[in-house]
Design a protein around this ligand. Structure first.
Ligand SMILES: [Zn+2]
Ligand SMILES: [Zn+2]
Length: 310
């Protein structure tokens, strides 16, 4: 599996090779979302086995509302893992069931509880932020939905003042009644909550493209990021999901595709991989893959080649 000595030494060799190639530049913060099947610490081994320097994880089973708390042993296995320092950036993604704008009271209560518990877990694992889809208004309308999200975040944060892990609101494709497909939605939430310093933003290339933002050529990408800076603010950006899109621009359909095989084209990825402003922003893949991570290896090598091709 992922723990053999042979595997570890291969991993170390790859890391050594990479640092030889890039020692004159800041290391790329690049990786993928990794499964925590078998325990949170196993994600570290998976990521290192393919030379990741960044990684995103769920902090519990993604299909369930709740889970038993992490044990001290599980937390230590993660924090003290010998390969942990090879990953320069590790962060979490929240459960997809959570909807802070839910109209059903039980569903909303579950969402608040699940978000709180995931923040606690992420904090125990010393992860800087938890990526969260803002929510879906389910027919109540954007204004009501956004207000509900603001109130929910205020409640979660005020009940847990000591948690250091921030929430990174993610840009979405706007599928169904999901909000977050306009930069203005995220800006509204950030400017309306009582503790905006506990919020940041994760941008997903497939989502903003499906939401309608033009990232098909370098001038259009620059324009889209200028808009991001103007509406949300450059400093809020803490992570990028580098996904190509199966769905066309403006379709509001959320379907991830391998880099270069979707509708976005390579210009956006070349720009993100090579532009200095993103050098300290972790970039992770969320593209389909088999257990052996073969697809991740291919996508990562493509992105590394684009980074070198400047
Ligand atoms: Zn997401
Ligand atoms: Zn998506």
């Amino acid at each position: 599996m992922f723990r053999s000595d042979q595997h570890d030494s291969n991993c170390m060799q790859r890391v050594a090779n990479r640092s030889l190639i890039t020692d004159h530049r800041a290391p790329l913060l690049l990786g993928a979302h990794m499964s925590i099947g078998g325990g949170v610490h196993t994600a570290i081994e998976r990521a290192c086995s393919i030379g990741c320097t960044a990684m995103q994880i769920f902090v519990k089973n993604n299909m369930q509302w709740f889970a038993r708390p992490l044990t001290g042993q599980e937390i230590a296995a993660f924090l003290k893992h010998t390969q942990r320092r090879e990953l320069l950036s590790v962060f979490a993604h929240a459960n997809y069931l959570i909807n802070l704008a839910a109209t059903n009271p039980q569903f909303h209560a579950n969402s608040l509880r699940a978000l709180t518990e995931e923040l606690i877990r992420a904090d125990q694992l010393k992860l800087p932020f938890l990526v969260l889809h803002p929510g879906a208004h389910l027919g109540a309308g954007e204004e009501v939905g956004l207000e509900r999200i603001v109130e929910s975040i205020d409640r979660v944060f005020s009940a847990r003042p000591k948690i250091k892990t921030r929430i990174a609101l993610e840009t979405t494709a706007g599928q169904g009644s999901c909000m977050g497909n306009k930069f203005e939605h995220l800006a509204y939430v950030i400017s309306s909550v009582r503790e905006p310093e506990r919020l940041c933003v994760c941008l997903d290339t497939a989502h903003i493209f499906a939401a309608g933002y033009d990232i098909g050529s370098e001038p259009s990408i620059r324009k889209t990021f200028r808009e991001f800076d103007r509406v949300i603010g450059r400093d809020r950006l803490v992570a990028i999901h580098v996904n190509d899109s199966k769905a066309v621009r403006g379709s509001r359909v959320d379907r991830h595709e391998h880099i270069g095989k979707g509708k976005i084209g390579l210009d956006a990825f070349r720009f993100i991989m090579g532009n200095r402003r993103f050098s300290k922003i972790p970039k992770v893949l969320e593209t389909p893959k088999a257990k052996d991570l073969r697809e991740d290896v291919r996508n990562l090598s493509m992105l590394r080649a684009l980074a070198a091709d400047q």
